[in-house]
Design a protein around this ligand. Structure first.
Ligand code: MLT
Length: 404
């Protein structure tokens, strides 16, 4: 006899992007002659750059030879990658992060979903609204979010921090003190950012109330302005209160290849216990390690050629962002984001829901985007387009939107 984890049964509908994929598949089946352009899920379209491809080839050859073959990866990940990350992503920006505080993983999404496991079930979480659905969904599965109100689209024990045009997409500190605060900047879905000073205020707040910030920095490669921090550890005191999650998906095209990492500084302590020791314990037991081949490919992102090639790739996506922003603004839409991030967040015409707009865009223009309300109640009235599409398709999509 067994029973189900009833928390899973509380989840309404399907995962946002799975639901959209189903709708798009149905549309394609009914309209086989229409060329559908996806500016929906933030999936990259450019191939892996040459520096990464040659690292993959070399690593495959190493696996073919008895002297260089590798079995299980070390628990935290290979030292060559952790040392490179510590030097290139952190020390170069004045952040005091050591290689053994970096945990290599098979992608940021899993880490974003799993990190909540090391916190007690009664920990209150605070999220920006709108928000990347994984943070809330994973806490629902863990039984931490209370009951769902379908009319409001909210969970009774989740603290929502609205981020709208009215507050410049910069969340206010919540009225109730959370234990865990999820922040993502540059933001998914709004494509907006906080300044380093604003982020410092969040770090100071977390220290004051004894909370931990889970900082999702998956989109840091898209930052173009100096006033925006690439890492939360650029803020004073963040090593004592912030866990940072990073990805190779959006900056290096690893959405299918899978690689990411999480930084858990040893200084974050709950009484006598360091969070690092708990995450290390979990990693040892529940995680198989990103394959050697993939970790080698990750290290190639930091080589001179790798960095130059990836910079070019990010610039191509940001040119798409410019085309989308400009095209929508020309049509009279209010647009946000897309300057330090690969997401453009647009205000939709009054009187429509964001799902109405999704349907209209799909059926009239054969363009897929993401309805703002899919990311939370404050996302209603907005719509997200990504800059990760192919260049020509992005231009065609904008031309089609102009004709709506
Ligand atoms: C998104 O579109 O929000 C992201 O691509 C989803 C993800 O990274 O899992």
């Amino acid at each position: 006899m067994y029973r189900l984890n009833e928390n899973y049964l509380k989840l309404p509908g399907s995962y946002l992007f799975s639901g959209i994929a189903k709708k798009v598949a149905e549309f394609k089946e009914a309209n086989p002659d229409r060329k559908v352009i996806s500016l929906g899920i933030g999936d990259v379209t450019l191939p892996l750059v040459p520096a990464i491809i040659s690292a993959l080839h070399e690593a495959v050859d190493e696996m073919a030879s008895p002297g260089t073959f590798k079995g299980y990866a070390p628990d935290l990940g290979y030292a060559f990658l952790r040392e490179t990350i510590a030097a290139e992503d952190y020390r170069s920006r004045g952040c005091n992060i050591s290689p053994d505080e970096i945990f290599i993983s098979d992608g940021a999404k899993c880490d974003c979903a799993n990190i909540q496991e090391i916190f007690s079930q009664d920990t209150r979480i605070a999220v920006c609204d709108p928000v990347y659905p994984v943070y809330v969904d994973s806490n629902v599965m863990a039984g931490r979010t209370g009951n769902y109100d379908p009319a409001a689209g909210t969970w009774s024990r989740v603290i929502y921090m609205p981020c709208t045009a009215e507050n410049g997409f910069s969340p206010d500190f919540p009225d109730e003190d959370p234990g865990l605060i999820y922040l993502c900047f540059p933001n998914n879905p709004t494509g907006t950012t906080l300044t380093k000073d604003q982020l410092q205020d969040w770090v100071d707040y977390a220290i004051r109330i004894g909370a931990v910030i889970i900082y999702d920095a998956a989109y840091e490669a898209y930052i173009s302005r100096d006033q925006v921090a690439h890492s939360i550890y650029e803020c004073k005191g963040a090593e004592s209160c912030a866990i940072e999650i990073r990805s190779f998906s959006k900056n290096a095209g690893f959405t299918g290849t899978r690689l990411g990492f999480t930084v858990v500084p040893k200084a974050i302590r709950c009484g006598e216990v360091s969070l690092h020791s708990l995450w290390a314990r979990r990693h040892g037991t529940k995680y198989n390690g990103a394959p050697y081949i993939i970790q080698k490919a990750g290290a190639a992102c930091y080589s001179r050629e790798g960095k130059a090639q990836l910079k070019e790739q990010v610039a191509l996506y940001m040119e798409n962002a410019r085309v989308i922003r400009q095209g929508l603004a020309d049509c009279g839409y209010e647009v946000y984001g897309g300057i330090d991030a690969p997401y453009i967040w647009m205000k939709i015409p009054a009187g429509m829901t964001s799902w109405d707009f999704f349907d209209r865009l799909l059926t009239s223009a054969a363009v897929v985007g993401t309805p703002g309300s899919g990311f939370g109640p404050s996302g209603e009235g907005y719509f997200r387009l990504t800059a990760f599409g192919n260049k020509d398709d992005t231009k065609i999509a904008i031309d089609r939107i102009r004709l709506l």
